[in-house]
Design a protein around this ligand. Structure first.
Ligand code: UDP
Ligand code: MG
Length: 323
């Protein structure tokens, strides 16, 4: 009999936790395998943690890790992965956008020998702007990244213990789990599903958190933007050189273009635009470099990805070690 760990990051999800637990218990109750459910409370300000503690009292296999503050979804998933004891770990959102009813299929595939089973969203029931941004993001990411990141696959997945251990042993602090999952390799397979809308409450990812996630995904798995900076530089330097030659010949031989000689042209607008254009390009390239530099800075500081305040269902000593 296998043991399955289910990881659920939750940030102010008090409204839907009861519904989630009910649906999860209905699903896991019919399994032959045993399971543990690990909630990671990402610094919620509502009743999330009290509810998790209540669930633990009622069902000891429901456990919880409470962060000392909000560290973000990817950190919560990272924590969950550090606390699992199962032969396989499943990552699922708290808002029921990842239907628990799919978990049986994940486990079937895993038993067929796949070490990573991830869910691909065929359709999304979210607003157009969000759907469109995700659509573009995953396509840009797959073009730029050095690994084969599947399109429209989020964190909803099952990973074998081996894969989890490998991901846990990676030293990087700022983690893009759905990328690392591909990076570590092993045998993958996909399951398609329709992503429903949130079961209740507000989305906990705001615009800035989403941009941060997207940038993190792009920059952690691609150095192409840096190359883009050098290519842009080369193109502009090359064009200016040709322009210089052109004007040099033009002036030395005092040629006329459209009846005008260059000596009569003042060209203020041209100069101004050129300076602005070049200034813009320089800022963009410095910006790209800074994004990487900022990330290097974060990594070099070596601060932990999360800090756990308390836990329920884990031995405290053990719990402290994983933080
Ligand atoms: N979440 C979290 N910390 C955060 C933001 C979100 O743990 O800072 C959790 C949230 O509770 C949910 C999951 O991450 O279980 C996905 O968040 P959300 O539904 O807001 O994102 P979306 O589905 O809109 O991408
Ligand atoms: Mg959601």
């Amino acid at each position: 009999m296998a043991m399955i760990s289910i990881i659920i990051p939750a940030y102010n999800e008090s409204d839907i936790l009861d519904m989630l637990v009910k649906r999860l218990l209905a699903v896991t109750g019919s399994w032959k395998d045993s399971c543990e459910i690990i909630f990671v409370d990402d610094g919620s300000a509502d009743n999330t943690w009290q509810q998790i503690s209540e669930y633990h009292k009622k069902y000891p296999f429901i456990k919880g890790v409470k962060f000392s503050r909000n560290f973000g979804h990817q950190s919560a998933v990272t924590a969950g992965l550090r606390y699992v004891n199962g032969d396989a770990a499943i990552i699922i959102d708290a808002d029921l956008q990842d239907p628990p009813e799919l978990l049986g299929q994940f486990i079937d595939k895993w038993k067929q020998g796949y070490q990573v089973v991830y869910a691909v969203r065929k359709k999304r029931k979210e607003n157009f702007l969000k759907r469109f941004s995700y659509f573009v993001f995953y396509r840009v990411l797959s073009k730029l990244s050095e690994i084969d990141i599947p399109l429209d696959a989020g964190d909803f997945c099952l990973m074998d213990k081996k894969v989890v251990d490998k991901i846990n042993s990676l030293p990087e602090k700022k983690r893009f789990i759905r990328g690392l999952r591909v990076w570590v390799g092993f045998k993958h397979t996909a399951i398609e599903y329709e992503r429903p809308a949130r079961a209740g409450g507000e989305p906990k990812y705001n615009f800035f958190k989403l941009v941060d996630l997207a940038l993190n995904g792009l920059l952690s798995f691609s150095s192409l933007p840096l190359r883009f900076a050098s290519i842009l530089g080369l193109i502009i330097a090359g064009t200016s050189f040709v322009g210089f030659l052109f004007f040099f010949i033009y002036r030395v031989f005092n040629l006329n273009v459209f009846g005008y000689s260059i000596r009569e042209a003042t060209g203020t607008a041209t100069i101004l635009l050129t300076i602005l254009f070049l200034g813009g390009i320089q800022l963009i390239t410095i910006g790209i470099i800074s994004e990487y530099l900022g990330r290097i800075f974060e990594e070099v500081k070596g601060r932990p990805t999360f800090i756990a305040d308390t836990t329920v269902g884990f031995e405290e000593i053990e719990a402290g070690k994983r933080g």
